[in-house]
Design a protein around this ligand. Structure first.
Ligand code: GLN
Length: 240
C-alpha cells in the first residue's frame, strides 16, 4: 500500500515545529511497510481530486496566514480540500492552519481573512497570548501538546469540539473546548509536535486515510509505542 501526504503550505506554515507530525505519520506508516510520498502543496501548486490521501496544515504567523488565506481562495485549493474532506479524506490542522479552515480569522492588524469554511468556527485575535502545555480529554482518551496562540476560536452551534480542556487554554481560554472535528478532519491548537506523543491519534489518521483510499476496513499492525507512551504519560503526570 502507498499513502500520499499533502503538506499544505509546508514552506510557509511551519514555524512551530509542526513538521514533526509529518515525520511521525511517515515513520508510523513505513514501520508497517506502507510506502509514503510527501507532496508540499503551496502557493503555486494545484491539488487534483483523489491525489492526496491525508492532508496536514501547520501553524504560522499572521503575515503568512494573510498570504495563504488569499491563495486558498484564488487558487481554488480551499474548495478542493473541502470536497476531499467531505468524501472522508482525513486532515490534521494545527493553530494557524486550523484558523484558516474555519469561517474566518480576524488578525490584530489586517482585515478579516475569509476561511475555507471547513470547520464551523470563527477566530478573533486577542490581546492574550495563550502559551503553555495543554492536556485535553477526547475520543482518543487524553491528548497532550503545547499551545502558542493569540487567536480565540469560537465554535458555532453545530460544531463538534475535539475535546475538553483539562489543563491549558484550548480554543479560547473561556469555554473549555479545544479544537474541532468534522468527519475525518481535525483542527486544534496542539503543537508539540502533537503526533509523536499521541500515537493513538496518529494511527487513527493513517487508518482513515488508508480506508478511504482503498475503500475497505483496514487494521494497522501494532507498533512498540513504549517511548511514545512514556512521553505521553509523563506529560499527563506533569501537567494533566
Ligand atoms: N497567528 C495565529 C495566532 O497567534 C496562529 C499562531 C500559530 O499558528 N501558532 O493565533
Amino acid at each position: 500500500m502507498q499513502l500520499v501526504i499533502g503538506y499544505l503550505y509546508g514552506d510557509l506554515m511551519n514555524i512551530y515545529g509542526d513538521t514533526g507530525n509529518i515525520i511521525a505519520l511517515k515513520k508510523r506508516a513505513e514501520w508497517r511497510g506502507i510506502k509514503v510520498k510527501l507532496k508540499v502543496k503551496s502557493l503555486k501548486s494545484k491539488i487534483k481530486k483523489g491525489e492526496i490521501d491525508l492532508f496536514f496544515f501547520g501553524g504560522g504567523q499572521d503575515q503568512q496566514q494573510e498570504i495563504v488565506a488569499t491563495n486558498l481562495i484564488t487558487s481554488g485549493k480551499g474548495k478542493i480540500i473541502k470536497s476531499e474532506i467531505d468524501r472522508g479524506v482525513p486532515l490534521l490542522s494545527i493553530c494557524g492552519g486550523y484558523q484558516l479552515l474555519g469561517d474566518y480569522y480576524k488578525p490584530h492588524k489586517a482585515a478579516k481573512l475569509i476561511g475555507v469554511g471547513l470547520f464551523p468556527v470563527c477566530t478573533l485575535a486577542s490581546s492574550d497570548r495563550m502559551i503553555g502545555n495543554i492536556v485535553i480529554e477526547s475520543m482518543f482518551d487524553k491528548l497532550v501538546g503545547f499551545e502558542n496562540h493569540s487567536g480565540k476560536t469560537f465554535l458555532k452551534k453545530d460544531a463538534q469540539s475535539l475535546g475538553t480542556v483539562i489543563k491549558g487554554f484550548g480554543n479560547n481560554g473561556e469555554d473549555k473546548t479545544e479544537g474541532c472535528i468534522y468527519k475525518n478532519a481535525i483542527g486544534c491548537y496542539m503543537h508539540g509536535p502533537l503526533l509523536p506523543k499521541n500515537p493513538k491519534l496518529a494511527d487513527w489518521l493513517l487508518k482513515k486515510a488508508l480506508e478511504t483510499k482503498y475503500k475497505r476496513k483496514i487494521e494497522l499492525k501494532s507498533l512498540d509505542d513504549t517511548l511514545e507512551n512514556q512521553a505521553h504519560n509523563s506529560a499527563i503526570k506533569k501537567f494533566g
